[in-house]
Design a protein around this ligand. Structure first.
Ligand code: SF4
Ligand code: SF4
Ligand code: SF4
Length: 256
């Protein structure tokens, strides 16, 4: 694939698999900053912006949504083939997110769910990296638009962005929020990637892990603590699996 010359605009495409399209919407919410970015990027494909060009090589493909059916899978593979970099955008794409809730449900409930909207559904809901190479993951439900812009500028300037293995608690402490765990509330901040500026705990709501779990998260300690708070196993599982695969499921890959 031909690489971009320094003075050339970065060619982008935005694509949606199974999702609510809220992550692309978050990008549009950048408003003036996004218009400024148009000075160095060219958007070749975006359903929301009504940009539709014949499929061609892209510098960066931003893909939101989970792989739920074969159509999603084929679409993701075709996008990968013609993109220099592929960025998974949002919880649906990075950790299977909301569509992936289905994976942790008991078989009886799962089979009762209506399937008519999904063409050729797969056995389980998948994150993008289960099937295609992903160069960077923008976390969150929805993504943080400022983070999107930062990553876009880094790619444009030839730098490879990096996700820091830091939990939400770090940002929460920096904001001097009172800790919800001390109030007996089951917060997943210690296990979830930072980058949202501790959005939920700053509003007194528990973190439910929409940015994915950090590599060294101590799930057993949190599970013990939640039990002390009076939560049943089922309630704890529901909290852990709202966005993420069950960390206690066999091989930790309930969603794979
Ligand atoms: S991550 Fe959240 S906001 Fe983004 S597409 Fe999925 S459900 Fe929508
Ligand atoms: S409220 Fe949640 S995110 Fe904030 S410090 Fe406590 S556990 Fe961490
Ligand atoms: S606090 Fe947790 S659930 Fe809320 S936005 Fe941040 S990572 Fe997502």
């Amino acid at each position: 694939m031909k690489s971009k010359k320094k003075h050339e605009k970065t060619r982008l495409g935005f694509f949606s698999l199974t999702c609510c399209e809220g992550c692309e919407l978050a990008v549009l919410e950048l408003n003036r900053d996004f218009v400024k970015a148009l000075g160095f990027v060219e958007i070749l494909e975006s359903r929301m912006l009504r940009e539709k060009n014949p499929p061609q090589e892209l510098d960066i493909a931003f893909v939101e949504g989970s792989i739920v059916g074969k159509d999603d899978l084929e679409k993701a593979q075709k996008i990968r083939e013609r993109s220099r970099f592929l960025v998974a955008m949002g919880a649906c794409a990075t950790i299977a997110g909301i569509p992936g809730i289905r994976n942790a449900l008991p078989e009886k409930i799962k089979s009762a769910l209506p399937q008519r909207a999904v063409k050729k559904p797969l056995e389980a809901v998948h994150k993008l990296s289960d099937f295609v190479k992903v160069d960077f993951e923008l976390q969150g439900c929805a993504i943080n638009e400022k983070e999107f812009l930062k990553v876009l500028v880094q790619f444009h300037n030839g730098f490879f962005p990096r996700l820091e293995n830091v939990p939400v608690c770090k940002e929460c402490k920096e904001k001097e929020n009172p800790c919800l765990l001390l109030e007996g509330k089951a917060c997943l901040g210690p296990a979830s990637y930072a980058g949202c500026n501790a959005l939920c705990p700053s509003q007194k709501a528990q973190c439910i892990g929409c940015r994915g779990f950090t590599k060294d998260a101590n799930f057993s300690a949190l599970k013990r603590l939640f039990k002390e708070f009076g939560l049943t196993e089922g309630e704890t599982k529901n909290i852990f699996t709202y966005f993420n695969p069950d960390p206690f499921a066999e091989a930790s890959n309930a969603r794979q």
